[in-house]
Design a protein around this ligand. Structure first.
Ligand code: ATP
Ligand code: MG
Length: 417
C-alpha cells in the first residue's frame, strides 16, 4: 500500500503544540478585542484578481501564488495574505468607518520550505480602514508590542520607516533606479532582474554582494513630501509617548507594493538564519481604491504565528498549556459504570477519560498513568456492591472510598476546586 506524508512546506500540528496554537490565537483575540477590533473570517480562496492588486511586481504574486482554474472556469488563488481580502470585504460590504477588524488563519505561498518558512503558515493580524491619524499608527504598533509582551517575549526589535506618499515613492523609485543602473556591475543577477520590475525591492535583497550598492543608495527620508514627513514625525512622537522603543530603518521596504507612509517590522533577536522577521505591517492608503472602492486610508499588521512560536521556543516562554484530563476512570466490572461516571464528571465541568475493551485492572491502571490524570476512580465488584467508587490520588497512591452520591463534590475537593 502506498503511504503518504504531508506535502512539502506543510505540517501536522499535534498536541501539545496544537493547544499552544489555540492559546496563541486566544491571547491575540483578547488583546485586540479589548481594543475594539471585531473578528473577520475571510475565505481562504478568492478571485485571483483580488491578490493581483497586492502588487504585480512582488514575489508573493509573481512566484509564490497558489492559483488555478476551478471547475467553473474561474481563476482562483489560495490567499497568500489577508489584507487584500479584508479590503475586498470592505468594498463589498461598505461598513461604516473606522472599520477595525482582526483575523487569524492560514495563508499559502509557494516558497522554498525551511525552518520558519512554510507553504502553509498562519498569521494573526488587524486592519483599520478609514483613518489617517498618525495616532492610530502608533496605537496599532503598540498593540502588537503588547501582544508580544503577553506571550512573554522580550527580544523584539521594532524597525520603522516611512515610504512616503505615492508621488514620493515614484520619485524615490526613479532616484533608486538611476543609482542602481550606474552600479549595475555591483548587483547580483537577481537584483538586476528585480531592478527592472521594482527598484525599491532591491533594497530588500539580503544577498551579500548587493550590500555595497544598497548602502550607497539614496535615502527615502530625503524624498518625503512635507505632509508625509510630518505624518512620520507624529507617529514617532506618539510611539515615544507610549514608551514603545523603535529604530528607524530607511532600508525597510517590506514585501507588498501597496504600502504607503508608515511601515514597520518586528524582528526576534533570539532567532537566527533567514527567518527573524516575525511580523510587520504598515499603511496602504491606495489598496481599497485599487479594489474598486472609495479612496480610503488603511493600516494594519500581520504577525506570523509559526515564526513567533519559534521565537518563544528560543526564549523559553509561552509553553504549551496542559490539556490532560483530570480524572481517569478504571472500571473492571464491564465498563457501564465508567460510562456513567464519565458523563457525570464531564457534565460537572471536570475533564474525564476512561479505558475500553474491559481490560484487566493492571492494564487499565497503566493507561490511567499514561493519561497524566491527577486522580483515578476505580470501580470493582466491591465498589458496585457498596454503591461507591475508590478515589486514588495518582501522585501519592492514597485511596479512599467515596459514596456515589458524593462523587462530584469529593472529586472537586480532591482537585482543589
Ligand atoms: P519574509 O521576508 O520572511 O518572506 P514577508 O515580508 O514575506 O516575510 P509578510 O508578508 O509581511 O512577510 O508577512 C508577515 C509575517 O508573516 C512575516 O513577518 C513572517 O513572520 C510571516 N511569514 C511570511 N511568510 C511566511 C512563511 N512562508 N512561513 C512562515 N511565516 C511566514
Ligand atoms: Mg516572503
Amino acid at each position: 500500500m502506498p503511504t503518504f506524508n504531508t506535502s512539502p512546506g506543510t505540517r501536522d500540528i499535534l498536541a501539545p503544540e496544537s493547544a499552544r496554537w489555540r492559546a496563541f490565537q486566544q491571547v491575540f483575540a483578547d488583546v485586540v478585542e479589548h481594543a475594539g477590533f471585531a473578528h473577520i473570517i475571510p475565505p481562504m480562496f478568492e478571485d485571483l484578481g483580488v491578490f493581483l492588486r497586492v502588487g504585480e511586481t512582488t514575489e508573493i504574486v509573481t512566484k509564490e501564488m497558489y492559483d488555478f482554474d476551478d471547475k467553473g472556469g474561474r481563476r482562483i488563488a489560495l490567499r497568500p495574505e489577508q489584507t487584500a481580502s479584508v479590503c475586498r470585504a470592505f468594498v463589498e460590504h461598505r461598513p461604516v468607518t473606522p472599520w477595525k477588524v482582526w483575523y487569524s488563519g492560514p495563508n499559502f505561498r509557494y516558497e522554498k520550505p525551511q525552518q520558519g518558512r512554510y507553504r502553509q503558515f498562519d498569521q494573526v493580524g488587524v486592519e483599520v480602514l478609514g483613518v489617517d491619524d498618525p495616532q492610530l499608527d502608533a496605537e496599532i504598533i503598540a498593540l502588537a508590542v503588547e501582544f508580544y509582551r503577553r506571550l512573554g517575549l522580550r527580544g523584539i526589535r521594532l524597525s520603522l520607516n516611512s515610504l512616503g506618499d505615492s508621488g514620493d515613492r515614484e520619485r524615490y523609485a526613479a532616484a533608486l533606479r538611476t543609482h542602481f543602473v550606474s552600479h549595475l556591475d555591483a548587483l547580483s543577477v537577481e537584483s538586476r532582474a528585480t531592478l527592472e520590475r521594482n527598484p525599491l525591492r532591491v533594497l530588500d535583497s539580503k544577498r551579500p554582494e548587493d550590500a555595497g550598492a544598497i548602502a550607497a543608495a539614496p535615502r527615502m527620508a530625503d524624498h518625503l513630501c512635507d505632509a508625509a514627513a510630518a505624518h512620520f514625525a507624529s507617529v514617532q512622537a506618539a510611539l515615544q509617548a507610549a514608551g514603545v522603543d523603535f529604530v528607524i530603518d530607511d532600508r525597510l521596504v517590506r514585501g507588498l507594493d501597496y504600502y504607503r507612509r508608515t511601515t514597520f517590522e518586528f524582528v526576534a533577536t533570539s532567532l537566527t538564519a533567514a527567518h527573524t522577521a516575525i511580523g510587520g505591517g504598515g499603511r496602504y492608503d491606495g489598496l481599497v481604491a485599487d479594489l474598486g472602492g472609495p479612496e480610503t486610508p488603511g493600516i494594519g499588521f500581520a504577525l506570523g504565528l509559526d515564526r513567533t512560536l519559534l521565537a518563544c521556543d528560543a526564549e523559553g516562554v509561552f509553553a504549551a498549556p496542559a490539556t490532560v484530563v483530570e480524572v481517569f476512570i478504571v472500571d473492571v466490572t464491564g465498563g457501564a459504570q465508567a460510562a456513567t461516571v464519565c458523563s457525570q464528571l464531564r457534565a460537572a465541568g471536570i475533564g474525564a477519560d476512561r479505558a475500553y475493551d474491559a481490560r484487566s485492572m493492571k492494564s487499565q491502571m497503566k493507561v490511567a498513568d499514561r493519561s497524566g490524570a491527577r486522580l483515578a476512580l476505580i470501580v470493582g465488584e466491591d465498589e458496585v456492591a457498596k454503591n461507591a467508587v475508590t478515589l486514588r490520588t495518582m501522585e501519592t497512591g492514597a485511596q479512599q472510598l467515596v459514596p456515589r452520591d458524593e462523587l462530584v463534590a469529593q472529586v472537586k475537593t480532591a482537585l482543589g476546586r
